[in-house]
Design a binder for this molecule. Structure first.
Ligand code: ADP
Ligand code: MG
Length: 312
C-alpha cells in the first residue's frame, strides 16, 4: 500500500526529485496529471510519465467500482462514541474513521469538550464504543486541560494514567507550525498504528489571525484547503478518525444558515466530511445539527456537557 510518491515502485530518486521540483509532490497531483504535461514539466520521458500516473492512480484506488464494492468499503468504517446516544444517533453511530468530522459553533458551544471526550472514548474497547486506540491532540488555542481528561477517564472506569498516556498532545503556535505538525504526522501514525483519532482544536484560529480580512481570503483559503486535504488523506490511508473544530460567530438569527459561508456565497473551504453545527441551549444543554450530509437524516439533537463529560 503506497502512501507517498517516494514509495512509487521502480522510480529512481532522481526522477522523484524532478517530480517534486515540478510541483508534483503528492500522489493526488500525479493521479490527475496528463502524461504530456508531466513529461514536459518534469523533463522525463512520456513512457515514464504514463507509468508514474498509472501507479499513482492504483495507489489511490482511483477506478470505477461497483456500488457493492463501495458499500463493502464503507461497511469497514469504524465508529467512536461521543458519549451521548443522541449525538451518536445524529452521526449515524458516532465519529467515523476515514472521515473528517468538523464541529463548528460559537464560543462555549462544546467543541473542545467533545474533543477531550473523543480522545478518551477512542481508547474504549469496541464493545463500549471505542477502537482500543490512541489519540493525537493538536491544540491551537491552549484550551486543552488534562484535568478534564482525568475526570472523563475516571467516569468511564479507565485507568487514569494509562488514559493520559494514550493521548499525544502538542500545542501549535502558528499556521506554519500547525501545517508542519500535520506534515510530520504521517511518520507518527505509520509507526504507531494504534493511533485512531487526530484532533485539531481549532483548525481555523491561527489562519484567521494570520490572514485577516477579505484581502487575505484567497491565500488563507488555499493554505487551509491544503492542510485539510492532508488531514483527510491521513484519515483515509490510515483508517483514522479526524476531528476538527471551527469557532464561528454566534448569529442567533441564522441557526439554519451556515455561518461559515463567506459573503458572496463561497464556503471557507471545500473538503469532504461531516459538518456538525453546535449551539448553546439552556444551562449545560447543547444542540447539534448536521450540515450538508446527503446520507444522514436532517434534524437536531440535544446533549449535555457535564463534569463527567459529554452525556445525554
Ligand atoms: P468551545 O470549545 O465550543 O468554545 P467548550 O467545549 O470549551 O466550548 O465548552 C465549554 C463549556 O463546557 C462550559 O461552558 C461548560 O458548560 C462545560 N464544561 C467545561 N468544563 C466543565 C466541567 N468541569 N464540568 C462541567 N461542565 C464543564
Ligand atoms: Mg474550544
Amino acid at each position: 500500500n503506497i502512501k507517498s510518491i517516494e514509495e512509487l515502485p521502480g522510480i529512481s530518486q532522481t526522477v522523484i526529485n524532478k517530480l517534486i521540483e515540478a510541483g508534483y509532490s503528492s500522489l493526488e497531483s500525479l493521479a490527475v496529471a496528463s502524461p504530456q504535461d508531466l513529461s514536459v514539466a518534469a523533463g522525463i520521458p512520456l513512457s515514464t510519465a504514463q507509468k508514474i500516473i498509472k501507479e499513482a492512480r492504483d495507489a489511490l484506488d482511483i477506478r470505477f467500482k461497483t456500488a457493492l464494492e463501495v458499500k463493502k468499503e464503507r461497511m469497514t468504517v469504524r465508529k467512536i462514541t461521543t458519549g451521548s446516544q443522541a449525538l451518536d444517533g445524529l452521526l449515524g453511530g458516532g465519529i467515523e474513521t476515514r472521515t473528517m468530522t468538523e464541529f463548528f459553533g460559537e464560543f462555549g458551544s462544546g467543541k473542545t469538550q467533545i474533543c477531550h471526550q473523543l480522545s478518551v472514548n477512542v481508547q474504549l474497547p469496541p464493545e463500549k464504543g471505542g477502537l482500543s486506540g490512541k489519540a493525537v491532540y493538536i491544540d491551537t488555542e491552549g484550551t486543552f486541560r488534562w484535568e478534564r481528561i482525568e475526570n472523563m477517564a475516571k467516569a468511564l472506569g479507565l485507568d487514569v494514567d494509562n488514559a493520559m498516556s494514550n493521548i499525544y498532545y502538542i500545542r501549535a503556535i502558528n499556521t506554519d507550525h500547525q501545517i508542519a505538525i500535520v506534515d510530520d504526522l504521517q511518520e507518527l501514525v505509520s509507526k504507531d498504528p494504534s493511533i485512531k483519532l487526530i484532533i485539531v482544536d481549532s483548525v481555523t484560529s491561527h489562519f484567521r489571525a494570520e490572514y485577516p480580512g477579505r484581502e487575505n481570503l484567497a491565500v488563507r483559503q488555499q493554505k487551509l484547503n491544503k492542510h485539510l486535504h492532508q488531514l483527510t488523506r491521513l484519515a483515509e490511508v490510515y483508517d483514522i478518525a479526524v476531528v476538527i473544530t471551527n469557532q464561528v460567530m454566534a448569529r442567533p438569527d441564522m441557526f439554519y444558515g451556515d455561518p461559515t459561508v463567506a459573503v458572496g456565497g463561497h464556503t471557507l473551504y471545500h473538503v469532504p466530511g461531516i459538518r456538525v453545527q453546535l449551539k448553546k441551549s439552556r444551562g449545560n444543554r447543547r444542540i447539534a445539527r448536521i450540515v450538508d450530509a446527503p446520507h444522514l437524516p436532517e434534524g437536531e439533537v440535544v446533549f449535555a456537557l457535564t463534569e463527567e463529560g459529554v452525556r445525554d
